[in-house]
Design a protein around this ligand. Sequence first.
Ligand code: H2U
Ligand code: ZN
Length: 400
Amino acid sequence: MRGRSFKLPPPVKLSTTEDTEDSEGKPHEKAFLRVFRVLCGGEFAGRVVPLKDHPHRRFNPLRQEWVLVSPHRNDRPWQGHVDPPPSDDAPVFDPSCYLCPGNERAQGVRNPRYTSTFAFDNDFPALMKTTPAFASSGSDLLVARAERGVCRVVCFSPRHDLTLARMETSALRAVVDMWMAEYQSLAALPWVQYAIVFENRGPMMGASNPHPHGQIWATETIPNEPAREQDAFARHRATHGECLLCAYAGLETRLAERIVCENDAFLAVVPFWAVWPFETLLFSRRHIGSLHELHDAERDALADVLRRLFTRYDNLFEAPFPYSMGFHQQPIHQPADGDWHLHAHVYPPLMRSATIRKWIVGFELLGSPQRDLTPEAAASRLQEVSERHYSLRATQGVAR
Ligand code: H2U
Ligand code: ZN
């Protein structure tokens, strides 16, 4: 193959049958997404080549970029950085924690003795409501503009020792309700264009505190990532006449290869174009743009799928799994029937164990993102583990 170049296969007519090939020897949908037919001449001509055996690129239609997949490289030796094992033994209440109920925060404000969820204005906000409008002038190369915003901290539980994976589904439902209420009050500010509900979990992802918490940042412009997705949704609708994620949900449901967990309202998959080894994409089955459009049963379903997904993550290496996760919702002042499809990205850094992480460096910083483990293999690892949290193993009969 050396020296010869691959051409991208032309669009393939999709079929819902599960046969590998039709009567003319053309790959059906199921086979196509696992393998591709080599179109160039030479030793592989006409053969069906499994994607898991050869380096290849996959296209991320949401970010409009390619990821390099190098499955043969998964077993390379590792003599590099090893992180300390994540701690799993936090106390229920920590008198020195800034987020525990009744404690004083770093700027002197005292938390209420909250019993469910609790949200407050970040004492060290990255953005402020009061920033005056200004813009640079004089050069197209030295461009700066003021940005106003609001930063909220959201505590998921009064219990210092819990994580989303270890909370009851009913307590997770309270978190969903808090996210929605917080989002609604930020969306009511006329100048706010976008708000991201997110969680940085674990010291490996830069979380400053082990207490279960997340953040919400609202901004007066649409940040880079959702702006890119907005463009992708609009382009896909214009060229295909359908929603990008509705179409993708249909494909993943039919193929049933990369689904990690699902319920009536949500689907969590390792996306075909995942960059992080165990990255997942969680999205609503219904075409809605925002959390506030979820019906009551769908809010319960979101709590259910989050608990199950994060439990699978924790069970993978039997340790609290670090990640950054957050929701991408349609920009705030857009009609509700637009192109946007509600989803969340979960980006966990772990690669081979609880102490060896993936680094985005070298070619990935300078060229394109790259992964070793195939998304299908990662999905299969996440499918194999239980939805009962490892910490409950000794406690028989605990109902969730
Ligand atoms: P992270 O763990 O993702 O850093 O979020 C914690 C946030 O909590 C962080 O942004 C804020 C930090 O500014 N914080 C307060 O607002 N008050 C405090 O007393 C401690 C931390
Ligand atoms: Zn705490």
